[in-house]
Design a protein around this ligand. Structure first.
Ligand code: 15L
Length: 271
């Protein structure tokens, strides 16, 4: 059987590197990034600046599916987020449409919903509550995917990724951690599951302390192999008390950065 060719944008980053290694067992990988790539296997590399439509058109030609990681993966200045994450995302989805690539897996982020409190459990149906310009750019990608699914019949799995790491690194990550093999399993569902039009799932392992109800991922066949609880004791033993805003919200320090602690009341409203 012919192996599918999968384009991974932003392939030089941490998540891209984990995914190239994990997915190479089943797929031919076309890796793309602005930065040079340290190969982990037999992937082919195409350098691209995704803020240029001509580059997006060139790299999306002839692939079976796209995993779009390219852009800032943390908070950044507006100009950078605008060109790398917002224009870049538009160019990749639009180039895919023009090149007839139907299936896109978009690793969005927990920061699209970071201003939900840690005391609440949220599922895939909540409205966005981004905690940063970066989070807003991920909400933009989710909305654009929804439009392209409904209008053009394209197919999207939106994975609101927690933190991809070989091990959970702090208390917040005990709730949102995802192992490299579990994120690869979710991406594979996004590539292979028949009949996906537009779905949102959370990119977390089977964590005991999760604050996401990941029923939609389980419905699509996700069977996480890992659980952060195995590291909980050692992670909690070294945890230091953090900023109260960061501690309150799911997005952690992304919520605390640049925050106005007691916003003034809106004109004409009583507090
Ligand atoms: C993300 O969305 C980032 O891409 C990653 O670098 C981490 O900051 C992660 O969220 C997290 O919240 O730990």
């Amino acid at each position: 059987m012919n192996r599918k060719t999968i384009l991974i944008t932003g392939a030089s980053g941490d998540v891209g590197t984990h995914l190239r290694r994990e997915l190479a067992r089943s797929y031919d990988i076309r890796a793309s990034d602005l930065r040079p790539l340290k190969k982990v296997g037999r992937e082919t590399f195409m350098r691209a600046d995704l803020s240029k439509m001509s580059d997006a058109l060139r790299i999306t030609k002839g692939v079976d599916a796209i995993v779009h990681l390219g852009g800032y993966s943390v908070e950044g200045p507006w100009e950078g987020i605008l060109s790398a994450n917002i224009v870049g995302c538009y160019n990749v989805f639009e180039a895919a449409r023009l090149n007839g690539v139907k299936r896109i897996v978009f690793p969005t982020s927990n920061h699209a919903v970071g201003f939900y409190e840690r005391s609440t459990t949220i599922d895939h149906r909540v409205y966005p509550k981004p905690d940063s310009r970066y989070g807003v750019s991920k909400v933009f990608g989710e909305a654009l995917g929804s439009l392209y699914a409904d209008k053009y019949g394209m197919e999207f799995l939106m994975i609101r990724v927690g933190n991809v790491n070989p091990e959970p690194i702090d208390k917040r990550r005990l709730s949102i951690w995802v192992s490299p093999r579990d994120i690869a399993q979710l991406v594979t569902i996004g590539i292979e599951h028949p009949g996906i039009r537009f779905e949102i799932v959370y990119g977390i392992s089977g964590n005991t302390r999760a604050w996401y109800d990941n029923a939609n991922a389980l419905r699509l066949g996700y069977k996480p192999k890992d659980n952060s609880e195995a590291w909980a004791r050692e992670v909690l033993a070294r945890e230091k008390k953090g900023d109260p805003v960061a501690e309150k919200y799911q997005g952690g320090v992304f919520c605390a950065v640049e925050q106005v602690p007691n916003p003034a009341p809106l004109p004409g409203r009583r507090r």
